[in-house]
Design a protein around this ligand. Sequence first.
Ligand code: SF4
Length: 327
Amino acid sequence: MTDLALEVEDLVMHFGPVRAVDGVTLRIRPGSVVALVGESGSGKSTVGRCIVRLLEPTGGTVRVAGAEITHLNRRQLRAHRRNVSIVFQDPAGSLDPRFSVGDIVGEPLRLTRQKDTGTKVAEALRRVGLRPEVAQRAPHELSGGQRQRVSIARALISEPRLLVADEPTSALDVSVQAAVLNLLADLQRDLGFACLFITHDLSAVEYLADVVAVMYLGQLVEQGPREQIFARPAHPYTQALLSAAPVPDPAEQRARRPVLLGDDLPSAIDPPPGCRFHTRCPVAIDTCRTVVPEPRTIGEGGHQVACHLVEADGSGPDVRPTEGVAR
Ligand code: SF4
């Protein structure tokens, strides 16, 4: 038995020579939100797809609500689909245009042979702020924001224990992004599902997440409670990401000097040896080029970091020019 909503152990997902995910270990407690952040190409969406079993992992294990789902067959996956749902980035692409909104939202119930779909669909639509009449419409008749609400209604209709939200607002107009984020936050609080929130929007992370996990080139480099990660990021990559994130205060924003990481993300076909970040790290030492840094615990609440230069008490380099050198 476990009391965890999600346990990912040493997850590996290779696509031929591409090592998209290479040994990710992650846990989510019931009812909590873990934000998985990193540049595009870091492998974070691939982790999400393995968890909902749209992809069968190359290695490692995935447990959702205590049930191992890593290698389920198609019939066994049906039961799994009740426990975990996904909301994709692009609502236009994820809603089948041949079906009505009502059919789309009710589909998970039909797949798991549940009854009373009409009432449940109306309730699911109401919960996401849409009127029941929307059930008769086609997805293309709706705005982008409304379509993403439909996606969320479909994802939550089977009352999953875990929701994977993969960049749920980044394809939407800026004007509706906040409303959809607020909706997700309200639903998460009211319904109590756990959430893996995959995003590159760090302001949304600060607003929604309990825990932040930072991914770089297929591996986690740092994870821990949100307040600790934002107040005292330990890994140079996390520091660089945070230094580049916009802040609401215009004066503070003007004063910011983001850490420039230079070269693009290296290829996942032939990742750098040692610490994968060493080709872009401003403080890399020789050891970084050959020895893989193991994750070590540095703080309360399971704050972990994989960097040779971070000490057990969390002290170490700070690569942010505006923050000074000492921490
Ligand atoms: Fe930089 Fe070395 Fe730490 Fe990697 S292990 S982040 S290269 S200092």
